[in-house]
Design a protein around this ligand. Sequence first.
Ligand code: DQA
Length: 144
Amino acid sequence: MRVLVVHGPNLNLLGERQPEIYGTQTLAEIDAALMQEAKHLGIELRTTQHNAEGAIIDALHAAREEYDAVIINPGAYAHYSYAIADAIASLRVPVVEVHLSNLAARETHRRTSVTAGSCKGYVAGFGGRSYLMALRALQEIVKS
Ligand code: DQA
C-alpha cells in the first residue's frame, strides 16, 4: 500500500509557529514519526509540503495513478479552496483530511472546512498524532 501525505501552507514552520496552538513538534519530526509508523504497518509513504494552492493541486493530480490513499492537511486552504476540494474529489482513492488543532474549537472562520466534504474522513485536534491516526484508519479501510 502506497500513501501520499500532503502538508499545506505554513506547516513548514511548525515548531516555531504559534506553538501554543500547533505544538512544538517540527514538520520533520511529524514526518519521521509517520515514516516509522508506516514502516511498522508495511506502508510505503511519501510526504510533501507546498505553500502554493496550485502546487497542492498538482501533487493531488500526480497522486491519481501512483497512490492507494492520501492524507492531506490543507492548512488555511481548508476554509476556502474549492479548487483543492475539486482536486480531492477527482481522486478515486480514499483521502483523509487532517488538522493539528481542533477546528471546531477555534475562530469562527476556521470552523468550516470546504475540503473535508470531498474526503473519506477527517481527523483533527490531536497535534501530530492526527496524521498517525489517519494513517492507521486508511490502512484498515484500504486493506478490508
Ligand atoms: C491547521 C488549521 C488551519 O486553520 C490553519 O490555517 C493551519 C493549520 C491545523 O492543522 O490545525 O495552517 O490546518
